[in-house]
Design a binder for this molecule. Sequence first.
Ligand code: PBG
Ligand code: ZN
Length: 328
Amino acid sequence: MQFPDYRPRRMRQSEPFRRMIRETRLCTDNLIMPLFAVTGKNVREPVESMPGQYHMSVDHVAKTAKEAKNLAIPAIILFGVPDQKDPLATQAYAKDGIVQQAIRSVKDECPDIGVITDVCLCQYTDHGHCGMVEKGVIDNDGSLDLLARTALSHAEAGADMVAPSDMMDGRVGFIREILDENDFTHMPIMSYAAKYCSAYYGPFREAAHSAPQFGDRRTYQMDPANALEAVREASLDVSEGADVIMVKPALPYLDIISRIREEIDLPVAAYNVSGEYAMIRAAEKMGWLDGTAAALETLTAIKRAGADMILTYFAMEAARTLQSDPSG
Ligand code: PBG
Ligand code: ZN
């Protein structure tokens, strides 16, 4: 096909034609809304680093989940911001921990929205690392039991799916085992399999009060320069029983999403992280771009790369836009 016989612009000249040949359609079914739960009642405080996002007490979390449900968003993912931290992250797996309370409150108020929980220790440890620390180093194997207990406590509180984000080796298998032993064989695991050590988590760490108090996360999160290793990480998690494989962050790692889509035969999730959100919000505030349009374009690109599910702080806004123009 060559010019002048073939003219790509022919099929681009009108909206009906553009709609007919559109290859990727972002749909509300693809979206997962992250929410931050804090202790207290009737709390809804803006997260400064993420305009439009809030720290919410469980009553507001449930209310927001209902709004998400009314917009046809299939699921939320819960993050807890506890008011107590200690070396053993006890609030991560406490029966009445903040996430466990939030799960119950969402399930009471809005039983049909999917409740996914982030499983990690960094919001709950006083040192802010995702695993246990022994003599200044991360104790991989010593962390597995606490991570598994955290996942189990979420399951017992009524969560529909658990999503470990800690990046300790072997944790998916450990979580699968403890869930199975406790009659949660039906509970799926969404594994943050290829989670990179990224500067784009900056705004989240402010939101979740989870910045490491010493060192960084380079010994457990992946080196941004590596792609083959992402496939190895994903394959490991598949062999340990993962049901969904996540790539995180999303936008700077579209090549990884597309590679995982090709090589791994499981649903793929991508996390459009806090830094990706904050950049668009900041540029929008400066009047430098149209924030909603940039958000929709970004989410479409993430889906085009191969993601089935997109965790995004733009979920509500995107769902509203798609409601008025479902052709994506
Ligand atoms: C904690 C966790 C992080 C995110 C999700 N779970 C931060 C981190 O690893 O430092 C990042 C989410 C975001 O930036 O939106 N394990
Ligand atoms: Zn963590």
